[in-house]
Every structure is written in structure tokens, then in C-alpha cells.
Design a protein around this ligand. Sequence first.
Ligand code: ADP
Ligand code: MG
Length: 344
Amino acid sequence: GTSVLLITHDLGLAAERADTIVVMNQGEIVESGPSREILENPQHPYTQRLVAAAPSIASQRIQAKVEDRGILRESDIDAPATVKVTNLVKEYKIRQGGFRSEQFRAVDDVSFEIPRGKTLALVGESGSGKSTIAKMVLKLEAPTSGSIEVDGVNTGTLSAKDTFNLRRRMQPVFQDPYGSLDPLRSIGNLIAEPLNIHKVGDNASRRARVEELLEQVALPQELASRYPNELSGGQRQRVAIARALALKPDILVLDEAVSALDVLVQAQILQLLAELQSELGLTYLFITHDLAVVRVAADLVCVMERGKLVEQGTVDEIFAQPSQEYTRRLLDAIPGASLSLGGA
Ligand code: ADP
Ligand code: MG
């Protein structure tokens, strides 16, 4: 007989778990009523925007608003893989107490390829090994066995100098930009940091590049002199993306990069990523536990379960016809999957 006040930005979850929904915007209640009614037939423009922005399994892949790219994308499908992961294994030693320890396979014989300019989503429950793969692809952790090739070159065999150069091409965006942005440095400094580390250009050209990057991620120029705590979560995530783009990489590894954002900001960031991909031909390894986001953001999907890759295919294949019971359960677990969302 417990009463629950559930606070969330996840509309599907709200619809499934709550009888009544109260929608707030800028400190005020804009709409309230029975959950189903609110989601299927939102009345207030703000609620309509929220509902429309919420990704669901019924959503379509976000297309960049850039014309004349369609042909390029089609012919791209057979392009050689940018990132190729083969029989990747990662074992960690787990202490059992005393001198005893045991090997634990966090990643177990995983293989996949990401074609140039495409997005491969790595999905699976928490603890299934997704971040461990990201760290190995980024060369932040060494594989126990197996290989990772970038444009046909095994990254495990690179010299320190070539590894440094690889980091220019391949950049991470993590979930928590607040944790990865130094609070004592201005936004402009933070975005310029990779340029300093890699000694790209002089002060003037770095400042110009920061301006260009702020524009690319649709942030106002005056943010350059501000500090991370003065920004909203969505703005910080844009800063993290701007910084990842500073060195003009062609591969981004995004580990739960939009998972903590509310639906409106998440939709903006996903749109931004789609546009950058289309303009710059970027290749994304997109890691998420949220299958609804995969629907709108990815071309290919790999499903991870306890370190193993249990299913892979195009987004359409996997969503239309999951062959694994586990994948079906992941799909069924999308909150509000059965709801037909209304909205503008
Ligand atoms: P995911 O990103 O899918 O949530 P992770 O790749 O972070 O999963 O973790 C996969 C498994 O590997 C988990 O069981 C985790 O506890 C384990 N693991 C990750 N890093 C280490 C480590 N450094 N030492 C021991 N175990 C680890
Ligand atoms: Mg993770």
C-alpha cells in the first residue's frame, strides 16, 4: 500500500508505472491527468514536444537535414570496414580472498565491423561488457586476445607515436561530461585542450577553431569564457562533443553519451550527431542500454549478453525479427513499448 512519487524524464517509464502524470516546465505544472491520456493525447504544446521527442521502437532513423548525401550513403554500405574487431577477449583477475584469484571473462570472443560513415550500436544489460569493448577499441585497455583493426591496421601493434596519432582520429564521448570536464577550466580552454596536447596550430588558430566548434555543436560563442558548472546538462554534453571533434577525428566512440539526458535534449544531441556524421562522414561506435535510442540513431546493432555477442544485424532486422530470446526481452523491456504515443 505504498504511495510513490516517481520523478523521471522517461515518458515511457512514467506511463507504465504511474497512474497520474504531472508535467512540469520551468517550475510550473503545464498539464496533469491519467498517464495514458496525457501520452496518447497531450494537450499542452510543451507536453506535445516531449511526447514527440521521445524515441520509441516505432520511431524512424534520424536523417540529417543535409541533401545530396543520399547517394553517397547508399554506395557507402559496401565500403571497407573502418573499425574491425576480431575474436576480442578481455579477462580480468578477480581476487577471491587470500592468495586465490579467478579469471573473469568480461568480453568473450566478440567480432564485428563498422563500415565507414555508419553507426554501430552496442547494446545489452549493465555489466554485459560494452564499456570494456569501448576501452579496448580506444586502446585504453589491452585485449587479452583478439584484435582491433582501424583501416586495416592492427592497433595492438602500433608504436607509442602511432598510438598518439590514432588518438587524433578516434575520440571518446562519455556519459558524464561533468565528471570529465575540469571544473576549474573555461569551456574555451576545455575545447582547445586536445589541440594543445597534439600541438595543433598556434593560439590564434586554436581560438578560431574553438569558435568553429562551438558553432558546429550549436552553442553560443559567449559560452567560451564560462565554466562547466554554469552550463546545463545538455550544453555540457555538447561541449564534450565539441572537444571530441576538435582534432577532426573520423571515428567517435560514444559510451552512454545521451543516456542521462532528458528527451528534448537527447533528441537535439542525436540530431546533431546525425548531421555531423553526414557532413563529416564520421563513423560511430554507439554504446547504450536504451534500445529506443538505437532505433533512431543506429544502422547496425550488436547485442551483448554476459560478455558474448549473441546477435547482430541491421536495426530493421533486429527490431522486426529478434532471433534471440534475450534480445526480445531487451525490446520488451523498453518502458512504454506497447504505448502508441500521440503528440505533434
Ligand atoms: P557495461 O558497460 O556493459 O555495463 P562493463 O564493460 O563496464 O559493462 O563491465 C563488464 C564486466 O566486467 C562487469 O561484470 C564488470 O564488473 C567487469 N569489469 C569491468 N572492468 C573491470 C576491472 N577493471 N576489473 C574487474 N572486472 C571488471
Ligand atoms: Mg558501460
